[in-house]
Design a protein around this ligand. Structure first.
Ligand SMILES: [Zn+2]
Length: 275
């Protein structure tokens, strides 16, 4: 069973069908994991387990959704990685999405599914069309999760052709792409001057709603100019911008592009490193 399935099984066993009933402290207590709040140095949450009991300590973030995600994360460790102690920097996708620490990814996946189980989350998303940041913020309040976790979960459920990405002035920090988006679309490493995200990051000018953009603004592919994407951005952590892209439907049918990415074919038909 995957971490996500494990969490969703727990939700199903508890008969929960409404996000308001996802009481993470109670679910943790039921699993013999006590939750305490304390000012921690250098990490956001810790887990110490002895025998069949554990104590999770969470540093209060001031955002209930983040604290809940931290509890879900530690509960994931407790359910899946029993016998070990953890000191976690929860909800740091820059590290967790690119990290080679599989246990941290598993705990994040567990927490995302616990707070936003597919059976409840997916139908709500389907009723929203293509949600922008405002709708996603409402959604995060509805599920009492954080906005960031909600955006990542949106890409994870693979219901919409969405890309969530985070950029700083040194380039792309991380990205999460819905699984059905063809891998041939090669997201730019640096923000294009014409992107709204570039204006937000470098001149502080915010384009409030989602707007159409030529595909080349966001993708390196030579034929990207023939396609359109919808871009919306918002400030992220200090010095970062969060980007929400929706690909237009023709992009989903575009064929394999041999001329983009880290490898391509040479004249003899072999793969060669491109960069
Ligand atoms: Zn952890």
């Amino acid at each position: 069973m995957s971490p996500g399935q494990l969490a969703e099984t727990r939700i199903a066993e508890l008969g929960i069908t409404d996000p308001g009933d996802i009481d993470v402290e109670a679910i943790a207590y039921d699993a013999q994991m006590l939750v305490e709040y304390e000012a921690l140095e250098g990490c956001e949450a810790t887990l110490v387990g002895v025998g069949d009991r554990a104590i999770a300590t969470v540093r209060p973030s001031g955002v209930r959704g983040r604290d809940r995600f931290s509890i879900g994360h530690e509960l994931g460790h407790w359910e899946m990685h029993r016998g070990r102690s953890f000191s976690c920097r929860v909800e740091d996708p820059d590290r967790n999405l690119t990290s080679d620490k599989p246990l941290e990814k598993e705990a994040d996946e567990y927490s995302a599914h616990l707070l936003m189980p597919s059976t409840i989350f997916n139908p709500v998303v389907r009723s929203l069309g293509k949600p922008g940041f405002r709708e996603l913020d409402d959604l995060s309040k509805h599920f009492e999760s954080s906005l960031l976790a909600t955006c990542i979960r949106l890409a994870d459920i693979d219901a919409l052709p969405v890309v969530i990405a985070c950029y700083s002035n040194s380039g792309r920090r991380w990205s999460k792409v819905a699984a059905h988006v063809p891998r041939r679309w090669w997201l730019r490493d640096k923000l294009d001057d014409d992107s709204f995200a570039h204006s937000l990051l470098f001149s502080g000018t915010r384009t409030v709603s989602a707007r159409k953009q030529p595909g080349e603004v966001w993708f390196e592919n030579g034929d990207a100019e023939n396609y359109e994407v919808t871009e919306e951005c918002m400030p992220g952590k200090a010095g970062e911008v969060l980007v929400l892209l929706y690909l237009s439907s023709p992009m989903l049918d575009a064929r394999y592009d041999p001329n983009v990415g880290v490898r391509r074919f040479n004249d003899q038909g072999s793969y060669v490193k491109r960069r």
